[in-house]
Design a protein around this ligand. Structure first.
Ligand SMILES: Nc1ncnc2c1ncn2[C@@H]1O[C@H](COP(=O)(O)OP(=O)(O)OP(=O)(O)O)[C@@H](O)[C@H]1O
Ligand SMILES: [Mg+2]
Length: 321
């Protein structure tokens, strides 16, 4: 069974001229690691939070968001609670903002299991999960302020594993950390994902990180998936000009000190309605057609799972930069 299946998903917010998510299709299979990449404001967090039924106030939705086959958008309070403490778990960007500073970490780790396990068994599981993320059981008695950011993010990962989830959503889990803790946390997630057999949706604006950790990648722009495919194929030859532009703006490890090309222009605001391709105003390949008709997300190579939403995907060149 597909662990996360988002289909024709639209999300509307009050006082906006267009849906903030406009027909998102995205799947994560059991045990698969999938990256969701895109610039700030593209809708990555709204998409991943939707998998836990965490919607902004006043949001209206169409389509389906299924976790292990159950539609999250129609769940009741009890079902949502079971989802968030069992089937799916989220690792947030900033562990200091996400963990109550006034409570011992042992309480943070065991709270989701209250009523499901006896207190002793819950504490024992918390110690096991701390061990899995490379931390000693003594952390149970500590307060968040006594740990470094990297250690605290490990505690959050341990917390995500407590309910034995089928799906972990990691929303920019390393951006608040220093570079060496970032690498450690990514390696740890990679290792745990294999060991515990969870599916992982990894949200990032960093294509290098996406390439390092994921099997498949979805590229998001203005609330749409504009390209998807196996990580390696997508990075070797992007078929959407936006993916190509993102790649060109990523510093390459094999070209130290290399230029960082910024993508000119900015994404459309939620205050403007859109006609045609949302990337057209910034796109070097845009033609009249692009300003008139939004391209559908279509297969670009017969043999693989690659899709791109571009009228000119055949003209989007090899990434030789
Ligand atoms: N609760 C909310 N109320 C109103 N607008 C919101 C809310 N949450 C998000 N938005 C808007 O929806 C759009 C998408 O937001 P989202 O947080 O999903 O982007 P993102 O891709 O995660 O960006 P970032 O890389 O900065 O985290 C943005 O324009 C944002 O301002
Ligand atoms: Mg975000």
């Amino acid at each position: 069974m597909t662990t996360l299946a988002i289909q024709a998903y639209r999300l509307h917010l009050p006082n906006t001229a267009r849906p903030v998510l406009a027909g998102v299709d995205l799947t994560v299979e059991a045990r698969e690691t999938v990256a969701l990449v895109g610039e700030s404001g593209s809708g990555k967090s709204l998409t991943s939070r939707s998998a836990l039924g965490l919607l902004p106030t006043g949001a209206g939705t169409e389509g389906t968001v299924r976790v292990n086959g159950d539609d999250v958008l129609t769940m009741t309070g009890d079902q949502l609670r079971a989802l968030r403490t069992g089937t799916a778990a989220m690792i947030f960007q900033d562990p200091r903002a996400a963990i109550n500073p006034l409570r011992r970490l042992g309480d943070f780790l065991t709270e989701g299991l209250n009523g499901r396990l006896a207190a002793g068994a819950a504490t024992e599981r918390a110690a096991e999960m701390l061990d899995a993320v490379g931390l000693p059981a003594s952390v149970l008695g500590r307060y968040p302020g006594q740990l470094s950011g990297g250690m605290l993010q490990r505690v959050m990962i341990a917390g995500a594993l407590m309910g034995d989830p089928a799906l972990i959503l990691a929303d920019e889990p390393t951006t608040a950390l220093d570079v060496s803790s970032q690498a450690e946390v990514v390696a740890l997630l990679d290792d745990l994902q294999e060991r515990f057999g969870t599916a992982l949706l990894f949200v990032t604006h960093d294509l290098g990180l996406a390439a390092a950790i994921s099997d498949r990648v979805y590229v998001m722009y203005a609330g749409r998936i504009v390209e998807t495919g196996p990580a390696e194929a997508l990075f070797n030859r992007p078929r959407h000009p936006y993916t190509a532009a993102l790649l060109a703006s990523t510093p390459r490890p094999d070209a130290p000190g290399g230029r960082l090309a910024a993508i000119e222009g900015r994404p459309p605001s939620l205050r403007e309605a859109l006609t045609g391709c949302p990337f057209a105003p910034r796109c070097p390949l845009a033609t009249f057609l692009c300003t008139q008709q939004e391209p559908a997300l279509l297969a670009v190579e017969a043999e693989s799972a690659r899709r791109a939403a571009c009228h000119h995907s055949d003209r989007t060149g090899a990434n030789d930069g």
